[in-house]
Write a protein that binds this ligand. Structure first.
Ligand SMILES: [Fe+2]
Ligand SMILES: [Fe+2]
Length: 277
């Protein structure tokens, strides 16, 4: 069995999209293309296949041109998978941060489940898990690597960064309040809910607006420096254990040691803003 393969030149119709996949080429079978065109419901457009949008959404793509690339052997009845020109998330810092948001959302689902079950011990662990993820993702990768690297490159970048940092502080402060109460076997439903709503809203803001804007302003050199900084941090980061829920909170010397360890990881993140050219 064979299927006709075609090259499609497309343009993303999302109004604020400016990531690297905004325009490009996709190769896929004609049948698969017909399927995607039918599901778009619009003449001259098609729904983007899985993985084509760097931000992970199914977007409307406008067809700019279509070219035959000949017959290709296809086994089975399923349409052939499209070949994606985009870089893998592991090579692109923005795609990587978007992927990490999915992990954070999974932890939030665990927390919601533990609240429903009134399971204080499970919540103690899942909120610790969330705090470690936020330390690595928000406080280190975003604040210490991405934000300094985009300085001067993004219009209104400074204002956007301070809004994002404010969101980070707010979520962390709600999280600390929730964890403090767990020591006394209390589940602060209202605060947990505010924390989850706040964090989900923050993630939506970054995925749909902030990252789309930032990504369009970073060239490949800056991207690779950001990736290096993030990898260094990832390797050096040591997650804090959940610890004993009933034990007293950290003493000041323990807190000092923890702060020193975080500062050491932060130093590793330093990248200069200049380009390698
Ligand atoms: Fe984020
Ligand atoms: Fe963030």
């Amino acid at each position: 069995m064979s299927q006709h393969k075609i090259d499609i030149r497309y343009r993303c119709l999302h109004p604020s999209c400016c990531v690297n996949c905004r325009e490009g080429y996709l190769t896929m079978s004609e049948d698969f293309f017909k399927e995607l065109s039918a599901s778009s419901g619009e003449e001259g457009a098609f729904k983007s296949p899985r993985g084509a949008c760097r931000l992970g959404y199914s977007q409307m793509f406008k067809v700019i041109s279509v070219k035959n690339v000949g017959e290709a052997a296809v086994s089975g009845a399923a349409p052939s998978a499209p070949e994606m020109p985009a870089e893998k998330p592991s090579q692109d810092p923005i795609a990587l941060l978007v992927e990490e948001h999915k992990d954070i959302l999974k932890i939030l689902a665990d927390i919601e489940e533990h609240v429903r079950k009134r399971d204080v011990d499970a919540l103690w662990v899942s909120t610790n898990h969330l705090e470690n993820h936020l330390q690595l993702h928000s406080a280190l990768k975003e604040e210490e690597v991405l934000f300094p690297a985009m300085r001067g490159l993004v219009t209104f970048g400074e204002g956007l960064v301070s809004t994002i940092k404010e969101d980070h502080r707010e979520v962390l402060s709600l999280l600390h309040t929730v964890r403090d109460a767990l020591r006394d076997n209390d589940i602060l439903d209202g605060i947990v809910k505010s924390m989850i709503v706040s964090l989900k809203g923050h993630i939506r803001k970054e995925d749909a607006e902030f990252f789309a804007l930032v990504s369009g302003c970073l060239d490949s050199c800056v991207r690779s420096k950001i990736m290096d900084g993030m990898s260094r941090i990832e390797k050096a980061f040591v997650a804090a254990p959940a610890g004993d829920r009933k034990a007293n909170p950290l003493t000041s010397s323990e807190r000092e040691k923890l702060d020193e360890a975080i500062a050491a990881v932060r130093d590793l993140a330093h990248i200069d803003g200049g380009c390698c050219n």
